[in-house]
Design a protein around this ligand. Structure first.
Ligand code: FBP
Length: 255
């Protein structure tokens, strides 16, 4: 079954604002006095007219009124972990598709660390989520990150294309993968994903010129856009940067 991506894309392209780093990295690593407030993020998503804003269940519940009022599609992240455990990575399921629907989510997100000792468990949970989400016409975005002792280079050509292909094989509608800075490798990954669309994670905060150069390369590679967090909400001018990112993403779709 294929589901419509209309509610979370514009002309087939997309820009999502990711804000699950409070759980994934902790406030000390990523936040300041301003961006620690979820309302600040909702405001960026709203004014920047993002195609979706990504939250974990707790924020989606406690700020639900403002999220709904913003009109920006909620993408509920259904699993997560802290960075405190040093063992092989596993992202535990924290929310269900049913909860996502009652919170008004227009898509769900789920992380799989391929290569981890716990890959199998995440794959199994994903398959149940994908089945249920599709039965409700909700698109599924898979964060596919190669991780764990077996992985030497998470962004090698081999691992990027493997991430993208895994997303296709397991039925993700969109795969969120990382970009290692090599355009040809990303092109191959996009090809490997077939009809599963690719969006790229922003990664650690970079200087804005370098980041925008990456955005251009990402779009040249055939990805449909980005799901970016830190590079936007750590920026001194998130809306100015958003405009520049959007100009690149939608540059060839204007007429
Ligand atoms: P960024 O644009 O800030 O990198 O966000 C993308 C993202 O996938 C988040 O959704 C998630 O919290 C984080 O990166 C995971 O980071 P890590 O690579 O440290 O696991």
């Amino acid at each position: 079954m294929s589901v419509s991506l209309n509610k979370i894309t514009t002309k087939g392209r997309a820009l999502y604002l990711a804000y699950d780093q409070g759980l994934e990295h902790g406030p000390e690593v990523d936040f300041n006095d301003v961006n620690i407030d979820p309302l600040y993020i909702i405001n960026i998503a709203k004014k920047g007219k993002y195609n979706g804003v990504v939250f974990q269940k707790g924020i989606a519940e406690k700020y639900n009124k403002e999220i709904k009022k913003s009109g920006i599609p909620l993408i509920l992240k259904l699993n997560g972990k802290t960075k405190l455990v040093k063992d092989e990575p596993i992202s535990a399921q924290l929310a269900t598709v049913g909860e996502a629907v009652s919170l008004g989510a227009k898509a769900v997100g789920f992380t799989i660390y391929i290569g981890s000792k716990y890959e199998e468990q995440m794959m199994e949970e994903f398959s149940k989520i994908q089945r249920e989400a599709h039965s409700k016409n909700i698109p599924v975005i898979a964060w596919i990150y190669p991780r764990g002792k077996a992985i030497k280079n998470a962004v090698s050509r081999e691992n990027l294309s493997y991430s993208a292909r895994t997303a296709l094989e397991i039925g993700a509608d969109i795969a969120k993968i990382q970009y290692g800075g090599k355009k040809d490798d990303l092109k191959w990954a996009v090809k490997s994903a077939g009809r599963t669309r690719i969006v790229i994670a922003g990664g650690v905060k970079k200087n804005e010129r370098d980041f925008l150069k990456d955005v251009k390369d990402v779009m040249d590679s055939g990805a449909i856009g980005l799901a970016v967090g830190r590079n936007v909400w750590k920026s001194k001018d998130p809306l100015g940067l958003t405009k520049q990112i959007k100009d690149i993403i939608w540059s060839k779709t204007k007429n």
